[in-house]
Design a protein around this ligand. Structure first.
Ligand SMILES: N[C@@H](CCC(=O)N[C@@H](CS)C(=O)NCC(=O)O)C(=O)O
Length: 215
């Protein structure tokens, strides 16, 4: 039995779309971040870090998108949803690590300035400094993606589902008119949004592309 703990439009969307892409049977359970359900003692027993996604696999809980995406890809090895060896494997890991450790965190000062500073003035400062960093990160990401069509070039992989999440985030109203033109990421987002696995996960999460979502 697989059960994904998720919040609509959060980074858990990557794992959700991956379950769809793999064609596996699974259940979902909403952890409503707006209601701070991640801090409930019930959820903390599942994931003491109070974060989503978490994937329940029988009696075990697996956290971190990077690990969950690998686990799902390994359940359907014939689909080769992540490269399995050599430099291609390392390139896949490189993308996933970049998205998790650099791109995801670049959004945090924008979405959650209160986690970085206490006063309104200081939070405004965090926001405007964070915006500068986010602009550079997304500009580099746009260049890194190139003309694709996928993160790994000609080959679709779970890296693309994860990348899609951050393109969706770049469309949030709080960032409206504040980002440089990101033509390659925008075209990639349009392509990926039409992919059945992403379309289905978005629909189940009651989101549309370009979506307005809450963190
Ligand atoms: N590196 C983790 C990040 C998980 C994470 O930060 N999730 C966010 C949603 S995108 C969360 O649960 N936030 C709740 C909070 O910060 O209280 C992963 O990719 O799984």
């Amino acid at each position: 039995m697989l059960k994904l703990y998720y919040n609509p439009g959060s980074c858990s969307l990557a794992s959700h779309a991956a379950l769809e892409e793999a064609g596996l049977e699974y259940q979902v359970e909403l952890v409503d971040l707006r209601k701070e359900v991640q801090y409930s003692s019930e959820y903390r027993q599942k994931n003491p870090w109070a974060r989503i996604p978490a994937l329940q696999i029988g009696d075990e809980i697996l956290t971190e998108n990077v690990a969950i995406l690998h686990y799902i890809a390994d359940l359907v090895p014939e689909r080769e949803l992540l490269p399995r060896s050599g430099l291609e494997h390392a390139r896949g890991l490189e993308w996933l690590a970049l998205l998790s450790s650099t791109v995801h965190v670049a959004f945090r000062p924008i979405f959650r300035p209160n986690r970085f500073a206490a006063t309104d003035d200081a939070q405004r400062d965090v926001l405007s400094t964070g915006l500068g960093t986010l602009r550079s990160v997304l500009t580099l990401l746009d260049e890194r993606l190139g003309d694709g069509p996928y993160a790994l070039g000609d080959r679709f992989s779970f890296c693309d589902l994860y990348l899609f999440v951050f393109i969706l985030w770049s469309r949030r109203p709080v960032l409206d008119g504040k980002l440089p033109p990101l033509h390659r990421l925008a075209a990639f987002g349009d392509r990926l949004a039409a992919r059945p696995s992403i379309a289905s996960a978005l629909k189940q999460e009651d989101l549309a592309w370009p979506g307005e979502v809450t963190s």
